[in-house]
Design a protein around this ligand. Structure first.
Ligand code: AMP
Ligand code: MN
Ligand code: MN
Ligand code: MN
Length: 277
C-alpha cells in the first residue's frame, strides 16, 4: 500500500525544516507520495519538487489556504495545483497581506497582557518575512517560559477570548475554490474535526463547499482522533467526497504525528489520489 502524506509545513510558512529537509525526512520515513502544503504560500514548492525528484519520491504541488467562512477560520488544501498559475499566485499574495499588521497587533496585545517583546521574539523564528504566523508567537511564548508547549499556548493565548487574539479576515471560500480550480487542482477541506462549528454550520459548510467545486475532505490527519477518522470517513461517503491523508507535520519535537506515520485511510473510501498515477 502507498504511503501518502499530503499535508505538512516548511520554513516557508510555520514549519521548522526547509522544503529540502522535509523532502529528505518524508523519504526517510517511507513516504511514497508527498505534498508540501505551506500556509498561503507556494514559495517552497520548486525546492520540494526538485528534492523529491532526486530522491525518487512522487511529489504533488500543494498549498493550505486560510479562509474566513461565517466568521470562522477554515483551512482548504489545494492539491495537484499548477503552482505558477497567476490567479492562484495573486490570490495567495493577497491572502498573506495583512499578516504583518496582525502580528504587530498580536505583539501589542501580549505586551498589554504583561508579555513584552513578543513581536520581535516571534520575528526571530520567521524565515519568510511574508509569512508570520501564530506559530512563531507560540515558539516565543515557549522560549520565554510563559507556556510549556504548543498545546498550552493555544489553550491560553492567541485564540478567541484569550490574550493575543486578533480577529482577521482571510480569503473568501468562493475565491479560494476558484483559485484552486483555475490552477487545475483539487480542493480538500483540511482537518474538519478541528473547527468550532455547530452541526448545522458544518452541514452548511460541506454543502457550500460541494456546490462550489470542492471535491475532498481530510479524513486521516494529525489533528483528528481515531474516532474522528471514523466520523469523517462517514462524512466523505455521505457527500461523495474524495478522502485525503496528511500528517500536518510542522517539525520535530513540536508535532505529535510524524511525516508518513498516520494509519491508512479507512476502507471503502475513494482516496484523493485514486486517478493520479
Ligand atoms: P495563523 O495562520 O497565523 O492563524 O496560525 C495558524 C497555525 O497555528 C496553524 O496552522 C497551526 O500550525 C497553529 N495552531 C493553531 N491552533 C493550534 C493548536 N491547538 N495546536 C497546535 N498548533 C496550533
Ligand atoms: Mn501551521
Ligand atoms: Mn491547518
Ligand atoms: Mn497545516
Amino acid at each position: 500500500m502507498l504511503n501518502v502524506d499530503l499535508h505538512c509545513h516548511s520554513t516557508v510558512s510555520d514549519g521548522l525544516l526547509s522544503p529540502v529537509e522535509m523532502a529528505h525526512r518524508a523519504h526517510a520515513n517511507g513516504v511514497d507520495v508527498w505534498a508540501l502544503t505551506d500556509h498561503d504560500e507556494v514559495g517552497g514548492v520548486d525546492a520540494a519538487r526538485l528534492a523529491a525528484n532526486e530522491l525518487g519520491m512522487r511529489h504533488i504541488a500543494g498549498v493550505e489556504i486560510s479562509v474566513t467562512w461565517a466568521d470562522k477560520t477554515i483551512h482548504i488544501l489545494g492539491l495537484k495545483i499548477d503552482d505558477t498559475n497567476s490567479q492562484l499566485v495573486k490570490g495567495l499574495h493577497d491572502t498573506r497581506n495583512g499578516r504583518q499588521k496582525r502580528a504587530r497587533q498580536i505583539g501589542s496585545m501580549l505586551e498589554s497582557a504583561g508579555i513584552p517583546d513578543a513581536y520581535s521574539g516571534a520575528l526571530r523564528y520567521v524565515r519568510n518575512p511574508d509569512l508570520i504566523s501564530r506559530t512563531h508567537f507560540a515558539r516565543y511564548l515557549i522560549e520565554s517560559g510563559v507556556c510549556k508547549d504548543i498545546t498550552d499556548v493555544f489553550k491560553h493565548y492567541l485564540v478567541n477570548g484569550k490574550p493575543g487574539y486578533v480577529e482577521h479576515r482571510w480569503a473568501r471560500l468562493s475565491d479560494c475554490l476558484s483559485w484552486i480550480k483555475d490552477a487545475g487542482g483539487v480542493a480538500v477541506i483540511a482537518h474538519p474535526g478541528r473547527y468550532d462549528l455547530t452541526p448545522l454550520q458544518m452541514s452548511a459548510l460541506l454543502d457550500e463547499f460541494k456546490q462550489s467545486s470542492g471535491q475532498g475532505i481530510e479524513v486521516v490527519t494529525g489533528s483528528h482522533t481515531p474516532a474522528q477518522f471514523v466520523e469523517y470517513a462517514k462524512v466523505a461517503k455521505r457527500y461523495g467526497f474524495l478522502a485525503s491523508r496528511g500528517s500536518d507535520f510542522h517539525g520535530p519535537g513540536e508535532s505529535k504525528v510524524e511525516l508518513g506515520a498516520l494509519p491508512p485511510l479507512p476502507d471503502n473510501l475513494v482516496p484523493v489520489w485514486h486517478d493520479w498515477f
